[in-house]
Ligand binder design. Structure first.
Ligand code: HEM
Length: 486
């Protein structure tokens, strides 16, 4: 038998620089589209090298399932990124190396966000969705901020029992900075990522702006972990009511100093990982509704059939509204928020399909390419929820779970987020007409939306659209419901 090292690496473009390897190949916006294009030339598994670091891109679902799920015992670590290290983001659940501490984090997530636990959070989601509807009645043009607040206030209420009451809440500000740092820090534009010794430069040194930025983010990350946690402990007496915040319900199981720290970090990570992703998915849903008015109308008809236009839909209607569930699956597929997933690393040499995959390779799962599989998803650029329905109008088995990653590192917040997005979509459609904006002469105004094209997440911003109550009755339902739940 040949030793793995003697087998070829998977195919890929030749390096363009002796030292930097394929660096120039990957330094382009929307690089996931480029990787998808490359499959025509190199096949589904592509190999690159950057400053000597092996990189493997998995473009097909089958390969990702084989390596990242079936072999997840040794494909579940994360790369060391110097910028993240300086920020101390290596303590974020998402970025922790595979090992006992990461396992403790996952235990926290399993306890807090497993399907059964998520059922208990539904009253919070309902309350927060009324809040969002009310905000949309007043300032529909601020829809992106309202979606963010909806997503953020669900997590902060569930986890900390802390009510976010305004967009300039300090917790919101903190998480915005750390979220942005999470997405830009791994980019090759930071020299220190290619030359790790630069991390030792003192922050006052000329040209060490990267270090000052990273240290300021470190400080914010520590605050994000500590401040809301302390709030819950200090205010625990007054946080009675129907829901016990996750911090208080789990605290007794994490009493040692190390465990307590893990609990804090995991819950701080939930907030970081769950706000922008959920809010962006709601914005993608709105973009789809404005772009495909006939789909919006069909969904509204479906909801009216179930509610008679006399009330808002809620979780009790989930099964009666499969088309709305199909819309959410299509949202996840059409514009994946993490088009290249979160990178995995293998901790031992491996052989796959006759190719050598060296230990320590950085593995990208090209979720973008998987969502564009032309056999599974005909006309992949078209938003078409029907691809998730059978002829009888029932949901098929494709839950687009690849949008949430793979194996042991699969997104632990997926049950919560799908429920939050579904509810937001159902009540917005029940209450509002979501259409393209018109100027005073009646001409349609372009959507104005731009998707972030670099970094870890691909999120939309700048959406312009018209969101108006469907009727006086719809307005009344929101106002009365809002009064009742608050
Ligand atoms: C539409 C919304 C969301 C999307 C598309 C999404 C997607 C993802 C993806 C692709 C990963 C990487 C999985 C892998 O490494 O293979 C991930 C990890 C993670 N997600 Fe989500 N996510 C969403 C919402 C949430 C929410 C609401 C939470 C928290 C409640 C959350 C918490 C996490 C955490 C902690 C990880 C890291 C898991 C680990 O490394 O072990 N996510 N997510």
């Amino acid at each position: 038998l040949k030793s793995p090292q003697r087998l070829p690496y998977p195919p890929g473009p030749p390096p363009t620089s002796f030292i930097a390897g394929n660096m120039s190949d990957i330094s382009t916006p929307n690089v996931w589209r480029k990787y998808t294009e490359w499959t025509k030339q190199y096949g589904n598994i592509i190999y690159l090298r950057i400053f000597g670091q092996p990189i493997v891109i998995l473009n097909s679902l089958e390969d990702a399932l084989e390596l990242l799920e079936r072999r997840s015992g040794y494909y579940s670590s994360r790369p060391v990124v110097p910028m993240y290290e300086i920020m101390e983001f290596s303590s974020v659940t998402t970025l922790r190396a595979y090992g006992p501490e990461w396992r403790t984090h996952r235990k926290v997530f399993q306890q807090a966000f497993k399907p059964d636990s998520c059922m208990e959070y539904r009253p919070i989601q309902i309350k927060k969705v009324y809040d969002m509807l009310n905000a949309l009645l007043q300032t529909p043009e601020r829809v992106e901020a309202h979606s963010r607040r909806y997503a953020g206030s669900i997590i902060s209420s569930v986890v900390y029992g802390y009510d976010i009451v305004s967009d300039d809440d300090p917790l919101v500000e903190l998480v915005e900075s750390t979220e942005q740092a999470f997405t830009v820090a791994p980019l090759p534009k930071w020299l220190v990522n290619g030359f790790p010794f630069l991390r030792h430069i003192p922050s006052w040194f000329p040209g060490a702006g990267f270090k000052r930025y990273a240290l300021s983010i470190r400080h914010k990350w520590h605050q994000q972990v500590d401040v809301p946690f302390k709030y819950t402990i200090t205010a625990s007496e007054s946080l009675g009511g129907s829901h016990t915040p996750v911090v208080l319900s789990l605290l007794n199981g994490y009493t040692s100093e190390e465990d307590n720290q893990m609990l804090k970090e995991a819950l701080g990570s939930a907030y970081s990982a769950g706000v922008g992703t959920t809010a962006s998915s709601i914005v993608v849903f709105l973009i789809a509704m404005v772009t495909y008015p006939q789909i919006c109308k069909r969904a509204q008809d479906d909801i009216d059939r179930v509610t008679g236009g006399q009330r808002l839909p809620d979780y009790g209607d989930l099964k009666s509204l499969p088309y709305i569930q199909a819309i959410i699956r299509e949202v996840l597929r059409w514009r994946p928020i993490t088009p290249l997933g979160i990178t995995h690393v293998n901790d031992k040499d491996d052989v796959y399909n006759g190719y050598y995959i060296p230990k320590g390779s950085i593995i990208y799962s090209n979720i973008w390419a998987m969502s564009r599989d032309p056999i599974k998803y005909k006309d992949p650029e078209v938003f078409n929820p029907d691809r998730f329905l059978t002829e009888a109008g029932e949901l098929n088995g494709d839950e687009v779970s690849f949008a949430f990653g793979f194996g042991r590192r699969i997104c632990p917040g997926r049950h919560l987020t799908v429920a939050s997005i579904w509810l937001a979509a159902a009540v917005i459609l029940a209450s509002f007409d979501v259409e393209q904006k018109k100027d005073s002469s009646g001409s349609a105004i372009p959507l104005g939306v731009k998707f972030n094209d670099e970094g870890v997440v691909c999120t939309p911003a700048g959406l312009l659209c018209s969101i108006t109550p469907r009727s006086e009755k719809a307005r009344q339902i929101i106002l009365e419901g809002h009064r009742d739940v608050f």
